[in-house]
Structure formats: structure tokens, C-alpha cells
Design a protein around this ligand. Structure first.
Ligand SMILES: [Zn+2]
Ligand SMILES: [Zn+2]
Ligand SMILES: [Zn+2]
Ligand SMILES: [Zn+2]
Length: 214
């Protein structure tokens, strides 16, 4: 599958970067933005982790997050379900070096910069995410929020498997096992497998899996 990833926007300074560029950029942009915020602070300072989450097998989907160190793993799990994963209430788990971590644990008790966790959603058609802890800072977070997005990938442009001309908007779940099945609007309409096999293309590593419709 040939994909083209448009540059993403840093929500702190509005500059645009590729995936690797963004990780590098945020090492300086994030601490700088915290310094600027200190002068006119609306919210109380608190410790938080700078976390990068991306698809293990689809790294073109990624999120840079601020996650309060006092929040629990289940809050990060809920956030990932809401933005990327939830289709029919499957089970999920975080693990570190193959050891499952209890969802009720606070981030500050289990995480430290440099750690890399695995997050799995649905133990049948699993969507596997890498959760990289990049740094820990002290600074304001939006009220009542345990997770804030700093940057997110733009939807990759995936060409239609049939005509190769237009971007795919539907996925035929029947045909995608054979490596085709990503269809543009026109090809989806003529496709023989039927509408009930179709899932929409969405900006998530779970696109086309189980009943995930965004
Ligand atoms: Zn920035
Ligand atoms: Zn499902
Ligand atoms: Zn097409
Ligand atoms: Zn089909």
C-alpha cells in the first residue's frame, strides 16, 4: 500500500512537520511553550508526561500527547479508545516487557522517560500501539483534562486499489485480506461484494478492522 503522509501541525506553535521532524521539534517547542505560559498562567502547574503513541504496524498514525502524571492508565486507555479504537467494547491492556500493567495504576507510579509500553485493543483482531514516554515536565494543563493532544498525523492519502487514481474512501473487508479492497467513491459503488462489507477509511490505525467506523 503506497501512502503519502501530509505534514502535521504542531498545535503549540502551528508549524508543520513530518513525523520524525515533529518528535525532534517538540523536544524544544514543548519546554519553550511552558516557559511562555508561566507568565500568564490560567491553570495550575502539574507534572505531565510527553507521550508519543503510534501504530506498531502502521506508524503513519501517531499522536503526541500531554498526559497528567496523576492520571491513571485507564484514562489514557479511554482516550485511545475514543480517538482511535472503540468499535464494540473489546478488552484492552497496557504491558511493559510482556508484563501487563493494572489499569488502575497512576502514570507517575509506572512510567518514566525512555520507557516504551505496548497497548493492545481487542485480542481477536488486535490493534497494537507503541506508547513511548519521551519526557516529563511540569506545567499547566487544561482544566479537568488528563490528556491533551499536542500534534496528530494528518490522514494519509491512500490511493484506490482498483483505479489507482482517486483516494480510497471505503474499505471492502472481504477483499482487504488479499491486499486489495481500498476503494475510491466511484469504484466502491460498482464493487460486487456489497455495501454491508464496506467500512469507511478513517484516520486511525484501526481503519478497516472489525466494525471500526471512526
Ligand atoms: Zn511547535
Ligand atoms: Zn469490534
Ligand atoms: Zn477507484
Ligand atoms: Zn470486495
Amino acid at each position: 500500500m503506497a501512502t503519502k503522509a501530509p505534514k502535521a501541525t504542531c498545535l503549540l506553535c502551528k508549524s508543520k512537520y513530518t513525523e520524525t521532524g515533529m518528535t525532534k521539534h517538540l523536544q524544544s517547542c514543548l519546554p519553550k511553550s511552558l516557559e511562555n505560559q508561566q507568565n500568564h498562567q490560567k491553570f495550575k502547574s502539574q507534572p505531565f508526561f510527553h507521550i508519543l503513541v503510534k501504530g506498531s504496524y502502521s506508524p503513519e498514525y501517531w499522536l503526541h500527547l500531554k498526559v497528567s502524571s496523576n492520571s491513571k492508565l485507564e484514562q489514557l486507555d479511554q482516550f485511545l479508545r475514543d480517538i482511535w479504537l472503540e468499535c464494540c467494547g473489546h478488552m484492552s491492556a497496557f504491558s511493559y516487557r510482556r508484563n501487563e500493567l493494572k489499569m488502575g495504576r497512576k502514570l507517575k507510579d509506572v512510567l518514566s522517560p525512555g520507557m516504551e509500553l505496548l497497548h493492545e485493543y481487542d485480542f481477536g483482531s488486535t490493534t497494537e500501539l507503541l506508547v513511548k514516554v519521551l519526557a516529563e515536565y511540569e506545567g499547566p494543563m487544561e482544566k479537568n483534562k488528563s490528556v491533551e493532544i499536542i500534534a496528530r498525523n494528518e490522514a494519509p492519502e491512500i490511493p484506490c486499489d482498483e483505479c489507482g487514481k482517486a483516494p480510497a474512501v471505503q474499505i471492502c473487508t472481504e477483499c482487504q485480506c488479499d491486499g486489495s479492497g481500498w476503494l475510491c467513491e466511484a469504484c466502491a459503488e460498482e464493487h460486487e461484494c456489497g455495501e454491508e462489507m464496506m467500512l469507511p477509511v478513517v484516520n486511525s490505525p484501526r481503519t478497516g478492522v472489525c466494525g471500526y467506523a471512526g
